[in-house]
Design a protein around this ligand. Sequence first.
Ligand code: FES
Length: 174
Amino acid sequence: MASSVHLVSVPSFRRREISSSHRNFRKSITFTSVKKSVSVSCAAIPSESAQAAPEKPEIELEFIGPKPGADGPYPVDRATAISGEKLLRNIMLDNKIELYAAYGKVMNCGGGGSCGTCIVEIVDGKDLLNERTNTELRYLKKKPESWRLACQTIVGNKENSGKVVVQRLPQWKK
Ligand code: FES
């Protein structure tokens, strides 16, 4: 028995499969929808929120190396940070500025304030930092007042700006 299938063109559908079996005369037709892409363009409308936000105050940082370089002077690294947003430790690590001595490199507490290995000396700009925390008071009890734990030291207070000079590894300084 002959079978025939008439396909009618349907605008948004496409013929996918037609099968026929001579044994049971089963026929199946499957249609799948045809995706049409529509492009829409719209012009950017300037609004007040799109205007540039006022710039946040920044702290400029200078890091002095613990030993003079081969050519004489102490090496200096520089970085900037948004005031009051980061700990000194994180600024140093983000900028790949060496913070720890040999032991601290492998045994530091990850900034938890429990190892005391992230010592720095604030040579200038200490007023731009937070006060010594209780953790620092405990670890730095017998150390000079200018020494801080970098993981406890917040750089800036969100409003101030200026320059902080940091001596790296003051315990190594010659
Ligand atoms: S990283 Fe351990 S006390 Fe600062």
